[in-house]
Write a protein that binds this ligand. Sequence first.
Ligand code: 2BA
Length: 107
Amino acid sequence: MKLIFAIVSNDDSSNVISALNKENYSATKLATTGGFLRAGNSTIIVGCDDEKVDHAIEVIGSESKRRIEMVPSTASYDVGRFSSFPVEVQVGGATIFVVDVAQFHKL
Ligand code: 2BA
């Protein structure tokens, strides 16, 4: 048995959990904080049989692809004058660790 840790953006976490549940994976979502950006992200943990790991990673990846989004940004070009323009930011993606499970109990 393996334990998958998938760190995804908060925006993608609900879709990732839904897709995993639909494929009969049990999953737990933890609210976490990235050490570099100090911004909130989500860590999803999934315990599953060894042969189901690759499919779980596919499911996670399908709902957390890296993509470019346009977000509004504001610049000041004179005292009290602001201009709003869209900037491209990269969002999404998943960082995944897979570890061996020594024991699994449900009491
Ligand atoms: P990613 O590499 O996609 O990582 C996204 C989040 O995944 C990280 O958030 C962290 O929570 C987790 N993570 C990634 N690699 C990990 C590892 N080896 N062990 C444990 N957790 C890990 P943040 O730490 O806030 O990083 C956000 C983004 O900032 C990273 O995206 C990367 O593009 C950049 N970054 C992180 N550390 C950096 C550094 N030392 N120098 C430059 N850029 C860095």
